[in-house]
Design a protein. Sequence first.
Length: 283
Amino acid sequence: MNNAVSSFARRANTEVVGSGPRTLLCAHGFCSHRGIFRPQVAAFRNSCRVVAYDLAGFGHSDPALWNAARHASLEGYADDMLRLIDELDLRNIVLLGASMSAMIGLLAALERPERFDALVFVGASPRYLNASNYRGGFQRDDVDGFYQLLDQQQDWQGALTGMMLNQPVSLALQEIAEHVRGVNPQVAGVVARAIFESDYRSLLPQARHPVLVTQTRADNAVPESVGRYLQECLPQAQLEFLPGVGHLPNFTEPEAFNAALERFLGGLPEVGGPAMLALAGRA
């Protein structure tokens, strides 16, 4: 790791590689780790600065970074993201936000729009619970049943891995299952409630940046209807359904995801051009 990486970034097991006019900031999802972005680090390090880190409570982050009160809402994770951005002085950010980190990134971008150029959502949802005129994919009984598995320390890891991957755990996917098994149950219980009890639908129309929404058509955590809802409610959004199955297409279908990301980056205004300067001026 570069010696310039600062204290918080070190404790968050941050990787900083490459150079370019834009920064790809890679933030993983629930019970995951920065390694799910290895295909993107490899593919884009020659054209972008790529930053990937482990969220508090997950991966190889310092266990002391996680705080039950601070991280009982996604706002606490958004504050962490902003701290990392400030410490590393990240600018012209294109967020790669997987699962819970999509809304974390949206919160951060609303707070500091001048630091961001665009957002890329991977398996994102503004609300996981079904509601009136909204299908998030989960009934209350489903979520309460998962909480019960967590609280009783039954096989919640197996249930979560099955939901994320929606396929048998092959040798190639064993790494994901191992990281899920390594998560502290207390962390998982607190953060699961932060995710499933949240509702960020009202924030979507406030988004100020272009957004690429990506997901598979067979995601047990996020049905197709959620992707279409995001496309409809975000002011500047495009939706791409990727091949394959599961909740982590950037990891399981990297060629298709990277091609979609390349097209999206190619369609953004030039860094330092009039459109980007105008956005910075409105911040």
